[in-house]
Design a protein around this ligand. Structure first.
Ligand SMILES: C[S@@+](CC[C@H](N)C(=O)[O-])C[C@H]1O[C@@H](n2cnc3c(N)ncnc32)[C@H](O)[C@@H]1O
Length: 278
């Protein structure tokens, strides 16, 4: 009701930052259409406050809600062990994950491009445990803002596909260095190489939206190979989006087991840097 009375905001975004509206459509849409699976009333409120033609992204899909649900569960589990951990959310867009998983003690660092931080400040409430840092996730000074002393969880949902493989590797290495030997968990997702290649040629959605270039794509095997080149990083799980909740996409999850087809859908990645015994 209050939200309805507030002025609607026209987002001043293009290119990669504009893509933050795409997963919001999924989280808000699923919260209305399938609340028993994913429930985020704040995402619905945001969606209604934004003056934008969301239909450009085509029909509501479940994928970003699946990603959010999966990473919420990882963060909740981590916070059970390290309740005052710092969660570093890279390329967070206008995700409302902080409010979904907030245990009253977590410290949250959102690392985003300046134009996205401007939009977040127009739309999202403040918290003394939430810091918004206008900085590229690939900036070499990222580690200066990380405080692993009470635990560290890094999440990068829907970001790495817009970077290069070298940027991703260096970013993960920086996290490995900045964690200062503390047990650290990482969540990210990877576009398949096929979709990445498609985006480089111009991936047009059914309603005409052209997705930005996604230079980085990796199969599950590719993710494991990448992780091997990052000192200390261990891959815990790489479920495909379609098999993270198999009851939702039974046919896809079976097809995902076929080696060739299993390389096509995007992957969710749970990885960790184990604690270093000094
Ligand atoms: C597809 S959106 C994902 C947003 C959010 N994680 C979600 O799931 O709703 C990609 C986001 O990455 C951000 N982004 C792109 N390149 C970035 C960079 N180098 N550093 C930080 N954020 C970046 C964009 O501003 C955008 O918000």
């Amino acid at each position: 009701m209050e939200a309805e009375m507030m002025a609607r905001i026209v987002p001043d975004l293009t290119g990669v930052p504009e893509t933050l509206l795409w997963p919001l459509r999924s989280r808000a849409g699923m919260s209305v259409l399938e609340r028993e699976f994913f429930d985020d009333p704040m995402a619905v409120e945001l969606y209604n406050r934004i003056d934008y033609d969301f239909a450009r992204f085509g029909p509501v899909t479940q994928w970003a809600a699946i990603r959010a649900k999966y990473s919420d569960a990882l963060i909740n589990t981590y916070l059970n062990r390290f309740p005052e951990a710092q969660v570093v959310a890279l390329g967070e867009g206008i995700e409302t994950q902080f409010w979904r998983v907030d245990n009253g003690r977590v410290r949250w660092l959102c690392v985003e491009l300046p134009e996205t931080i401007t939009l977040r400040r127009q739309l999202l409430p403040e918290s003394n445990r939430l810091t918004e840092l206008p900085l590229s996730a690939t900036d070499p000074t990222l580690g200066d803002h990380i405080d692993p002393s009470r635990g560290l969880f890094v999440t990068a949902a829907g970001l790495f596909m817009y970077l290069t493989e070298e940027d991703v590797r260096e970013l993960l290495m920086r996290i490995g260095e900045a964690r200062d030997g503390q047990e650290t968990e990482v969540f990210f997702d990877a576009m398949s190489p096929r979709l990445s290649r498609k985006s480089l040629k111009g991936w047009t959605l059914e309603n005409g939206y052209v997705a930005p270039r996604m230079p980085f794509g990796a199969t599950r095997r590719g993710v494991r190979k990448l992780a091997k080149s990052v000192p200390g990083l261990l891959v815990e799980a790489t479920p495909l989006y379609v098999s993270a909740y198999p009851e939702r996409s039974r046919l896809f999850s079976v097809l995902g087991k076929v080696p060739f087809l299993g390389d096509y859908p995007p992957t969710l990645v749970h990885a960790r840097f184990p604690a270093v015994e000094w």
